[in-house]
Design a protein around this ligand. Structure first.
Ligand code: FAD
Length: 308
């Protein structure tokens, strides 16, 4: 995944150069820790990225981390700067891509839930959505964690589980944070956008459900507050929950759908769907158009879940 993701930033830049409008920040990611031991082990872990050509994380002591980010509380013992990291405003990215594709002639069908496939002689002839029939030459299953259900409709087992996460969007009222912040001990992230602040995290395995547990949202706010000198905005903000598509081996599922001649799949990106979107999309496009990919995506082959 790291080898493939070496091109992520370049491809995001290319999307922007191609006219996709979205909010992206390039001031790096600052990791902060309250516990020295935690910092040491995370630093050892993150240094591995160097092997794949990413810049090494810069280890920062108590004072250095606060010089970079004066909003951090005194309890923060140190941290790391990952200078090449970017962060995007997720809604702006989705909308930007959608508008760009619409201009290119792509038709979006919102609130249209695929509930079946017309499978004939090992080929999908059409997808069905309620009583509607949507024909096509080629089908790509990319319904996140729900891809499990869609693949089951054409008899392909994909053992995806929902890894529920939460986020809280607040208006950015105070002094802006200079970086996106990752609170290492609690694995909570704070992203500064132009007009908003987003706090996100948690990994909950409670099946497929969109129940918004307000205690979890409060937990995010509390976790972030422990690291900050400044108060977070008082407002209730906009809470959200989403289901990450998780696989048992932690790898995405990208490739031809086994046993179906004209179908492909791209899912299972767990916590990295935004990070990996451009490289996955590029690999999938190559596979569909050329029958092979430049990058080695053999480990993501959906056939690994099919019992022989
Ligand atoms: C709190 C949180 C924080 C995250 N932070 C990050 C991060 O910092 N960086 C990162 O890279 N990733 C992050 N992720 C993970 C990222 O959001 C996912 O990996 C990514 O959204 C997966 O993209 P996807 O398109 O495969 O699936 P989804 O985004 O889940 O999209 C699937 C789509 O398919 C639609 N669908 C479902 N069933 C059907 C059907 N039957 N017919 C038609 N359509 C259907 C759904 O409505 C949905 O629109 C985070 C996730 C959460 C929850």
């Amino acid at each position: 995944m790291l080898a493939l993701n070496l091109r992520t930033v370049e491809l995001y830049d290319r999307l922007r150069a191609d006219g996709v409008e979205f909010e992206m920040h390039d001031d790096g990611l600052l990791v902060a820790f309250l516990d020295e031991q935690g910092l040491q082990s995370e630093f050892a872990e993150l240094r591995k990225v160097e092997r794949y050509g990413f810049p090494a994380p810069q280890r920062l002591g108590r004072d250095a981390v606060r010089t970079l980010e004066p909003s951090l509380a005194d309890q923060v013992v140190g941290g790391m700067l990952l200078p090449a990291e970017r962060h995007v405003q997720p809604r702006s990215l989705s909308l930007g891509l959608m508008r760009h594709l619409e201009r290119a002639g792509v038709e979006f069908r919102s609130h249209t839930s695929v509930d079946g496939f017309d499978l004939r002689n090992g080929k999908i002839a059409a997808a069905t959505a309620q009583r509607e029939r949507i024909g096509g030459d080629l089908f790509v299953l990319t319904a996140g964690v729900w891809t499990r259900r869609l693949a089951a409709m054409v008899h392909v087992p994909l053992p995806l589980e929902a890894g529920k996460g939460y986020s809280l969007m607040l208006p950015a009222t105070g002094e802006p944070f200079r970086h996106a912040l990752y609170f290492g001990d609690t694995k909570v992230v704070l992203s500064q956008y132009r007009d908003e602040l987003r706090i996100a995290g948690t990994m909950e395995f409670s099946g497929y459900n969109a129940t918004l547990d307000t205690r979890r949202v409060q937990g995010l706010r509390k976790a972030a507050a422990r690291y900050l000198r400044a108060e977070l905005p008082d407002e209730r903000g906009q809470a959200w929950t989403g289901m990450r598509p998780m696989t048992p081996d932690g790898l995405p599922v990208i490739g031809r759908l086994p046993g179906v001649e004209n179908a492909f799949v791209s899912t299972g990106h767990s916590m990295n769907g935004v990070f990996m979107a451009p490289v996955s999309g590029e690999a999938l496009a190559e596979l569909i158009l050329d029958g092979k990919t430049r990058a080695d995506i053999g480990a993501f082959d959906p056939r690994r879940f099919v019992r022989h």
